[in-house]
Ligand binder design. Structure first.
Ligand code: PGA
Length: 244
C-alpha cells in the first residue's frame, strides 16, 4: 500500500512559507507516497488554495471536539474542513503534555474529525521514563484503546507512533523497537476495530529525516511518517518522501 507522509509544521510558518509547500507539490513527480502538510491554522485556507489541484493534502494540527460555541481561541473540525483541510493531527504529545489532553478527549476530537469529514491522524507514544521503566508497550496500546472511538470502523484514519523522547531530539528508536511497537499497535487496532484496524496505516514519527527515512519506512508495519522539523524545508521533506 502507498505510504502516507505527513508534515507537521507545528507553530511555524508565515505566508512566505507557502513557497515551501508549493515546492513540495512541484517536486513530487510520480511519488509513490500520499503526502500531506499540516500548517498552523492561520495558513490552512491559504495553503489549501495554493495547493489546489496538486497531490498534496492539507491538514490541521488539532481541533476542538465541539462544532462551534463559546470556546475562545479554539478551532473546530468543521472550520478546518471549511478552510480546505482533509486531514487533522490529534493527540500529539505536545497537546497531551502541554494542554492536559486525555485519551477520552482525543477520542472525542477524533469523532469530531469524522463528523466533519476529516481523516484523523491519532498520535500515541511513550515518554523516556515510561520506556526505561519497561512500560512502553502497555502505555502505547492503552493510548490506542482509549483514543480511538468505535466510529472509526469503515472510515479512513491513521495512527502515528511518536515516542516523546524522539520528537525534535535527533534520537530515534532502533528499527527493532519500531517494529515491536508497530506490531503491538496493529494487534490492538485489530482487537478494537476489527477489519478497519487491520488496514489503517501506522505512521512513525520522531526525528525522521532524509538520512533515516528509507530504512524506517521499510520496517514492518510502518505505513508512513509524521515529520516535524524536517518538513519545514521542501528539499528535506522531498528527501523523506523519496524514501517511501
Ligand atoms: P520531529 O517532530 O520530526 O521534529 O521530531 C515530529 C512530530 O512531533 O510530529
Amino acid at each position: 500500500m502507498q505510504k502516507l507522509i505527513v508534515g507537521n509544521w507545528k507553530m511555524n510558518g508565515l505566508g512566505a512559507a507557502l513557497d515551501e509547500a508549493q515546492a513540495v507539490a512541484a517536486g513530487l513527480g510520480a511519488a509513490a507516497a500520499r503526502v500531506g502538510i499540516c500548517p498552523p491554522a492561520t495558513l490552512v485556507e491559504r495553503m489549501s488554495r495554493a495547493l489546489a489541484g496538486t497531490l498534496v493534502a492539507v491538514g490541521g494540527q488539532d481541533c476542538r471536539a465541539e462544532a462551534s460555541g463559546a470556546y475562545t481561541g479554539d478551532v473546530s473540525a468543521e472550520m478546518l474542513a471549511d478552510a480546505g483541510a482533509c486531514l487533522v493531527i490529534l493527540g500529539h504529545s505536545e497537546r497531551r503534555a502541554g494542554f492536559g489532553e486525555t485519551d477520552a478527549l482525543v477520542a472525542a476530537k477524533t469523532e469530531a474529525a469524522l463528523r466533519a469529514g476529516l481523516e484523523p491522524i491519532v498520535c500515541v507514544g511513550e515518554t523516556l521514563a515510561e520506556r526505561e521503566a519497561g512500560g512502553a508497550l502497555a502505555i502505547v496500546t492503552g493510548q490506542v484503546r482509549g483514543s480511538l472511538p468505535a466510529a472509526l470502523a469503515g472510515r479512513p484514519f491513521a495512527v502515528a507512533y511518536e515516542p516523546v523522547w524522539a520528537i525534535g531530539t535527533g534520537l530515534t528508536p532502533t528499527l527493532e523497537q519500531i517494529a515491536e511497537m508497530h506490531a503491538a499497535i496493529r494487534a490492538e487496532l485489530v482487537a478494537t476495530l476489527g477489519e478497519a484496524g487491520a488496514r489503517a496505516p501506522i505512521l512513525y514519527g520522531g526525528s525522521v529525516k532524509p538520512a533515516n527515512a528509507a530504512e524506517i519506512l521499510s520496517t514492518a508495519e510502518v505505513g508512513g511518517a509524521l515529520v516535524g522539523g524536517a518538513s519545514l524545508k521542501a528539499s528535506d521533506f522531498l528527501g523523506i518522501i523519496a524514501g517511501a
